[in-house]
Design a protein around this ligand. Structure first.
Ligand code: F3S
Length: 101
């Protein structure tokens, strides 16, 4: 089962997940990352790497996060690949606190 980036990534984009990924499955827009389900090798290394628990394996997705499965597949198709860690967004620490992490 592929892995999915959900809305907890929005306004954070810590990109720790990219460093843990053995393949090039992460794509980004200005707000967050998305995983290409055809490239993800299901290793789960990115799940504990994310400081705001934004990533789930499909099989463990909470029901309210399920729309993100299609969003990741669609958005990753056209957005550029991210292959290295980047600076988190300027809003990241405030958003992390707001999310309770
Ligand atoms: Fe987003 Fe978490 Fe990665 S905030 S960029 S999914 S480390």
């Amino acid at each position: 089962m592929p892995h999915i980036v959900t809305d907890n990534c929005k306004l954070c984009r810590f990109t720790e997940c990219v460093e843990s990924c053995p393949v090039e499955c992460f794509h980004a827009d200005d707000e967050q990352l998305y995983i290409d389900p055809d490239v993800c090798v299901d290793c789960s290394a990115c799940i504990p790497a994310c400081p705001v628990q934004a990533i789930y394996e499909v099989i463990d997705m909470p029901e309210d996060k399920e729309p993100w499965i299609a969003i990741n597949a669609e958005r990753s198709r056209t957005l550029p690949i991210v292959i290295a860690k980047q600076e988190p967004l300027p809003t990241a620490e405030a958003q992390r606190a707001k999310l309770g992490f």
